[in-house]
Design a protein around this ligand. Structure first.
Ligand code: 4AD
Ligand code: MG
Length: 445
């Protein structure tokens, strides 16, 4: 018999064929004359219905056990599944004790419940759909950049710079000895931006998409210690609009791709998760306010905020959520943040008395900040002066070189990939959109 994946078997292309299918049991229904099984191997959302005579029943055929079924594919009399496998032989490859197995027949387990089993939750329908969607969303991101002439750069995971200057670095050391492996302190990257800036000076348009690490002592629903970030850097940008255009295009294109390619998985996922604040890619004009306008909006609101809203304050989650609501529950760009709030690389708007930098955040319903970006300070004298103020001019002498040798106006942004998934699927907790979440006090597996 030909070995088929479940996705091939259910496609209907092999009716009448003698086949072998391998997978795990998602349901077991013994009836008088027949035994009905659902076999899933993750290749598709659908499971393959297996019909066997009761003689083939075996006490080891239980929810979660691994099986190999040989038989003939035929048209199913039931409308729910067009194809079923009439079994001649069922072999239990690995049994699964139903008493100990944490997932039970016919129960719809919540995302909170299955989160307790990071090594097993991929066996549930909801989480396997989520992981297939995540995989397709990865493809969507790469497709967007490929179609738009960006070169992908593998920026390093180990680095000696603290790009964001926020002091949330994990240090890298040799575990078994006191040997200093690197001659300078080394850290896990918080952002590939500075390496991308190097590359934008040769390729004009570059991006990176990989793991990013922050020692944020936060138990929030939108922070992880290890998350995936999509970062892009574009040379010859004249204004923040050039940048927000790329952010908006990428967001829209990736969202449309996912909804078009994963419709069935998205539907199934939403049988388990009520999407509270899903963003549709169509029909929404991305709205823009300046930071100063945002502060005015917050100060005129009747809502009492826990954090201050004076000009110069960083926007907190509660502020971001309010702004999104105020603007009609659509994605909102906030531009021109106070200069002093932004890292050394942000471009000085040289305005006063309210001194701002050409930085932008994209806020989205339910999540708040999804992207952060800016124009970069390309003027050597201004950049050098700012680095000197903080004593960083030696550390970043290579970065200053980029401004000495063919400097051009440029800018870029980073999008939190997990927050993107939260946003398009309406998932409340970031830990439910990544296979193995890492956060403070938790590094399971
Ligand atoms: O706003 P951030 O800190 O921006 C940067 O790191 C820039 N250097 C990016 C660039 O311009 N190339 O981070 C970018 C995005 C945030 O908007 C957020 O979506 C996500 O990364 N993010 C996190 N996601 C999950 N857990 C965390 N701890 C995150 N911190 C940031
Ligand atoms: Mg930010």
């Amino acid at each position: 018999p030909a070995k088929l994946r479940v996705s091939e078997a259910v496609s209907g292309a092999h009716l009448g064929a003698n086949v072998k299918v391998q997978g795990w049991l998602r349901s077991v229904r013994p009836q008088k004359a027949n035994l009905f099984l659902h076999v899933n191997d993750g290749s598709a959302l659908q499971s393959l219905q297996v019909v066997a005579s009761s003689e083939l029943n075996d006490p080891l055929l239980t929810l979660g056990s691994a099986v190999e079924v040989t038989g003939t594919l035929r048209k199913s009399p039931h409308q729910k599944q067009p194809v079923e496998l009439e079994a001649d032989q069922i072999h239990v490859v690995g049994d699964c004790n139903p008493v100990d197995f944490p997932f039970k027949k016919k129960e719809r387990h919540s995302l909170e419940y299955i989160r307790q089993f990071p090594h097993l939750r991929c066996r549930t329908n909801a989480f396997s759909s989520l992981l297939r969607i995540r995989s397709e969303a990865t493809t969507a991101v790469h497709s967007y950049f490929k179609e738009n002439g960006f070169v992908q750069i593998h920026t390093p995971v180990i680095t000696s710079n603290d790009c964001e200057g926020a002091g949330e670095l994990f240090r890298v050391e040799v575990s078994s000895s006191d040997i200093k492996f690197f001659s300078v302190p080394a850290f896990l990257t918080v952002s590939g931006q500075l390496h991308l800036e190097v590359m934008s000076g040769a390729f004009s348009r570059v991006y990176t998409f990989g793991p990013t690490f922050r020692a944020e002592n936060s138990q929030s629903r939108r922070h992880l210690a290890e998350f995936y970030m999509v970062e892009a850097e574009v040379s010859f940008t004249q204004s923040l609009e050039d940048l927000t255009k790329v952010m908006e295009d990428m967001f829209r294109s990736a969202t449309e791709h996912v909804l078009a390619h994963c419709a069935a998985d998205v539907d199934l996922f939403h049988k388990h998760v009520t999407p509270g604040h899903r963003v549709s890619p169509q029909g929404h004009l991305l709205f823009g306010v300046t930071y100063s306008e945002a502060i005015d909006i917050l100060n005129h609101s009747s809502q009492k905020f826990a954090f201050p809203t004076d000009w110069g304050c960083d926007l907190q989650t509660e502020h971001e959520k309010y702004l999104v609501k105020h603007c009609g529950n659509v994605p909102v760009f906030v531009t021109d943040y106070p200069y002093d709030l932004k890292p050394f690389y942000a471009r000085d708007n040289q305005d006063h008395p309210k001194h701002t930098a050409a930085a932008v955040d994209l806020l989205v319903p339910g999540v708040g900040e999804l992207c952060g970006g800016s124009l970069r300070e390309e003027r050597l004298d201004l950049l050098r002066a700012r680095l000197e103020e903080t004593g960083l001019e030696d550390t970043y002498s290579w970065y200053l070189d980029l401004r000495r040798f063919g400097s051009v106006p440029h800018g870029g942004f980073g999008l939190g990939f997990e927050r993107f998934l939260q946003c398009i699927l309406g998932v409340d907790n970031i830990k439910d959109v990544i296979a193995f979440p890492r956060f403070s006090h938790s590094c399971l597996l």
